[in-house]
Design a binder for this molecule. Structure first.
Ligand code: PXP
Length: 240
């Protein structure tokens, strides 16, 4: 199982002072040195963390893969088509939210998503749809032509009682099995940390985990490279 490191919150720290550091581009070098498999960032419409300049520079320097998270706003789509990251992950976006709150509603937005998947494919960009672990959303995702879904693990990560966590985990297992059975590839992420990532790693068909907040939080105390190596140790141990 692979690890994509989301570096948005390196940029959050920089934007707290509207200064030049810490630079997410520099962070990307360290993430790759530590052994991550891809760099993930989210260019939000409100530009609260990652800026246009970051995305353009990251495309030039990232040696693994650049996965750009984005909402389907025409302004951001045009930037993505210009930058040509290896992959885009389409997410819903609300201005007032602290972070992405739920999965895309692929059923409701089917035509718009399908049309844009085609635009990305024409530019040679792979597409992943960030969705809840629900069969109807997975089936519709497959029909858009996207290569991947990213299963939203937020509800699993936020569950307080052991029993609720187990239920959410089972939903993710079933959703993964279903996705694989209809021929769409599976990634997962959101809210994963050093305590709850293990059980997700045991779902063999999931190809890549996208993790940000917990890694950057730990990096404040132990350094970015160590924080990533510690997460990679968990993934390697648990997904064996
Ligand atoms: N995957 C997607 C689609 C996201 O929007 C985010 C948050 O930016 C993540 C993964 C990473 O979540 P976290 O920062 O909670 O690890």
């Amino acid at each position: 199982m692979k690890l994509g490191v989301n570096i948005d919150h390196i940029a959050t720290l920089r934007q707290a002072r509207h200064s030049q550091s810490p630079d997410p581009v520099y962070a990307a070098f360290i993430c790759e040195l530590a052994g991550c498999d891809s760099i993930v960032c989210h260019l939000r419409e409100d530009r609260r963390h990652i800026q246009d300049r970051d995305v353009y520079l990251l495309k030039q320097v990232v040696k693994t893969r650049l996965n750009l998270e984005m909402a389907l706003s025409e302004e951001i789509v045009k930037i993505a088509l210009d930058v040509k990251p290896h992959q885009v992950t389409l997410v819903p976006e609300k201005r007032e939210e602290l972070t992405t709150e739920g999965g895309l509603d692929v059923i409701k937005n089917f035509e718009k998503i399908k049309k844009n998947v085609k635009r990305f494919h024409n530019a040679g960009i792979k597409v992943s749809l960030f969705i809840e672990p629900e069969e109807n959303q997975i089936l519709k995702s497959k029909e858009t032509g996207a290569e991947f879904i990213e299963i939203h693990t937020g509800r699993y990560a936020e569950a307080k009682a052991e029993e609720d966590m187990q239920k959410e985990l089972e939903k993710i297992v079933r959703a993964t099995d279903y996705a694989i059975s209809i021929g769409i590839r599976v990634n997962a992420g959101h809210g994963l940390d050093y305590h709850n990532t293990g059980p997700i790693c045991r779902i063999k068909e999931i190809e890549e985990l996208n993790i940000g907040y917990s890694i950057i939080c730990r990096a404040v105390f132990v350094g970015l490279e160590t924080a990533i190596r510690e997460m990679l140790d968990i993934i390697r141990r648990e997904s064996r």
